[in-house]
Design a protein around this ligand. Structure first.
Ligand code: MN
Length: 215
């Protein structure tokens, strides 16, 4: 009998790029501790239990082909990607607004940074139950949309597609301890802790890779 099992991928919880109390008072310490240390860690643990064969090269490649995986991989693979992304686009030293090419694109697409903020917040508010709102690059243009649960715009099953450059987690676990049912206040606080340098870098990279794939 052949008892050799196929090698599987191992996913790891990435380190937070700042301490759990760094985003106070906008995102409170206890929320960060539970959100990162319990929720995100849980997605990683459950993704590893799903035992994805090592022939799948990366999480991004899995997401792009998520329709051929189980619901457990969709939920936990999405959860792992989304939260790893989310920690990166937050910072304790947010500048409050983007600059450079990203600011130009936001102004061209939405009219102004204020109009962009309004539309993004409206989308974050219209998520019913648990999900995410996103700013993505698609066909070399910016677009705003939402996904339910832990789906994201990289998934082939998502009606809203693109390369994410900014996203907000509007699951209640992201804000309930501090803001309770007041999602709008959580969104207002979110603007204070966005890492616009990181978002700008992701925008430039997404634009470049988008151009390359369309050649
Ligand atoms: Mn979350």
């Amino acid at each position: 009998m052949n008892t050799k099992t196929e090698e599987t991928l191992t996913f790891k919880l990435p380190e937070l790029p700042y301490s759990a109390d760094a985003l106070e008072p906008y995102i409170d310490t206890r929320t960060m501790e539970i959100h990162y240390g319990k929720h995100h860690a849980g997605y990683v643990s459950n993704l590893n239990k799903a035992a994805i064969p090592a022939k799948n090269v990366s999480l991004k490649a899995i997401l792009a082909n998520i329709s051929s995986f189980s619901t457990a991989v969709r939920n936990n693979g999405g959860g792992h990607y989304n939260h790893s992304f989310f920690w990166q686009i937050l910072t304790p030293s947010g500048k409050g607004r983007p600059d450079g090419f990203l600011l130009d694109a936001i102004n061209d697409t939405f009219g102004s940074f204020e109009e962009f903020k309004k539309l993004f917040a409206e989308n974050a508010m219209r998520v019913f139950g648990s999900g995410w709102a996103w700013l993505v690059v698609r066909d070399e243009k910016l677009a705003i949309g939402i996904t339910p649960n832990q789906d994201n715009p990289l998934m082939d099953v998502s009606p809203f597609k693109g390369v994410p450059v900014l996203g907000i987690d509007v699951w209640e676990h992201a804000y309930y301890l501090k803001h309770q049912n007041r999602r709008q206040e959580y969104i207002d606080d979110f603007w204070h802790v966005i890492n616009w340098e990181e978002v700008g870098n992701r925008y430039n990279e997404a634009l470049y890779s988008d151009e390359m794939t369309s050649l």
